[in-house]
Design a protein around this ligand. Structure first.
Ligand code: ATP
Length: 320
C-alpha cells in the first residue's frame, strides 16, 4: 500500500504539574495515499499531539514519522510544500473580504493569484468571495480556512477537528469539501472525536485511545469486525416473543415495544417467532456504525475518554 503518512512507535510525553503525562505511546499508523482518512479517538487520546508531531510543531520523545516517505521533522522542508494543515483556527482580517484575505495570503506564500479564485470555487465560496470575513458563518469561516490551505495546491491536507463548533449545515459543507478533495486524489487526514461525522466521509480510519492505535482499516473492515449484525423487530406480544427467542437460543433485548436480536440471517428470527404463532409486523436491520465499533474497542481496552496517564503507568493495549 502506498502511504502518505506513516508513524512507527511514536511516543510523546509532556511534563505537567511535576509529572510526565503520556500523550502518545507506541503509535504506529499508516495513512494510505489518496482519499479521506479519519483519525478518530476520544478527547485527550493524542490526536492533536500526533498531528503536531507530523507537522514538526512538537518533537516526539521516540519513534519515527514520515510524510511522503520523508522522515519528519528532519526532512520536513522537503515535503512541506505538499502539505496543507489547519491545526488551530487560522487568523483572517475581519474587515477584509474572503478574497482579499486569500490574495494577501497567496502573496505571502508565493502562490499565483489565479489560485485564489480556484480555491474559492473548490470550497464553494465562489459567490461569497467579495463578502467581508466578519459576516461569515462559522461553516464559511472554516471553508475559508480550508481554501487557504489549498492555495499552494498541496497533496496532503491535515485537518484537526475541522467541524468543531459547526452546526449541521456547516458540518455538511465541510464534509462535502473534504469528500471532493479526497475524490480528486488528495490525501485528507481528518481528526475527530465525533465518529458519526467522519464515518460518512472517510474511506479509511485509524482509531486511537490513550495515544495508541486500537484499529485501522477501511470503515467497512472496522464495522465488520465490530460484531454480528442485529435486527430490530416489532411483534404484538414482545414479552412472549422475547421468551420464545431465548428458548430458541437467541439473546434478545427489549427496547420499548421492540426487540433487538443479534442474527446473521434475519429470516431465522422471523421463522422462530412464526413457529410459535408470533408474527413480525416490522423488521429493521440495525446497521453497525463506527460509534458502536469505537465504543466496543475502547471498552475492550478499558479506555474511555480523557483520563490521567502517567508515564510508566498502564497506557492501554497494543495495535490491532
Ligand atoms: N502542551 C501540553 N502540555 C501538557 N499536556 C498536554 C499538552 N498537550 C496535550 N497534553 C495532554 O496530552 C494528552 C493528549 O492530548 P491531545 O490534545 O493530543 O489529544 P486529542 O486527542 O487531540 O484531544 P482533543 O480531541 O481534546 O483535542 C491529553 O491528556 C492532554 O491533556
Amino acid at each position: 500500500m502506498d502511504v502518505a503518512v506513516r508513524t512507527v512507535n511514536l511516543r510523546k510525553t509532556y511534563l505537567s504539574r511535576g509529572s510526565r503525562r503520556v500523550a502518545v505511546t507506541g503509535l504506529s499508523m499508516a495513512v494510505p495515499l489518496g482519499g479521506v482518512h479519519g483519525f478518530l479517538g476520544p478527547n485527550g487520546s493524542g490526536k492533536t499531539t500526533t498531528i503536531r508531531m507530523l507537522l514538526g510543531l512538537v518533537r516526539a520523545d521516540s519513534g519515527t514519522a514520515e510524510v511522503f516517505g520523508q522522515a519528519v521533522p528532519g526532512r520536513l522542508p522537503h515535503v512541506i510544500d505538499r502539505v496543507g494543515a489547519i491545526v488551530e483556527s487560522p487568523k483572517f482580517f475581519p474587515a477584509f473580504t474572503a478574497r482579499q484575505n486569500l490574495v494577501l495570503l497567496a502573496g505571502a506564500i508565493g502562490s499565483p493569484r489565479h489560485r485564489v479564485d480556484e480555491v474559492l470555487e473548490a470550497t464553494h465560496l465562489g459567490d461569497r468571495g467579495r463578502d467581508r470575513y466578519a459576516g461569515f458563518s462559522l461553516g464559511m469561516k472554516q471553508r475559508l480556512a480550508i481554501a487557504a490551505t489549498l492555495l499552494k495546491d498541496p497533496d496532503l491536507l491535515i485537518f484537526d477537528e475541522p467541524t468543531n463548533g459547526l452546526d449541521p449545515a456547516g458540518i455538511r459543507e465541510v464534509r462535502d469539501t473534504m469528500r471532493s478533495l479526497g475524490a480528486q486524489g488528495k490525501t485528507v487526514l481528518v481528526s475527530s472525536h465525533i465518529l458519526a461525522e467522519v464515518e460518512q466521509v472517510a474511506d479509511t480510519v485509524s482509531i486511537i485511545g490513550h495515544g495508541t492505535l486500537l484499529a485501522e482499516g477501511t470503515v467497512s473492515d472496522i464495522l465488520g469486525g465490530s460484531g454480528v449484525a442485529q435486527v430490530r423487530v416489532r411483534v404484538a406480544s414482545p414479552d412472549r416473543a422475547q421468551q420464545v427467542l431465548r428458548d430458541e437460543g437467541f439473546t434478545p433485548t427489549r427496547d420499548g415495544e421492540h426487540l433487538v436480536v443479534a442474527a446473521e440471517d434475519p429470516s431465522s428470527v422471523t421463522r422462530a417467532l412464526a413457529g410459535h404463532g408470533l408474527f413480525v409486523s416490522e423488521l429493521v436491520p440495525v446497521r453497525p456504525d463506527l460509534e458502536s465499533a469505537f465504543l466496543a474497542l475502547t471498552a475492550d481496552q478499558g479506555l474511555g475518554g480523557e483520563a490521567d496517564q502517567v508515564a510508566g503507568g498502564h497506557v492501554g493495549g497494543g495495535a490491532a
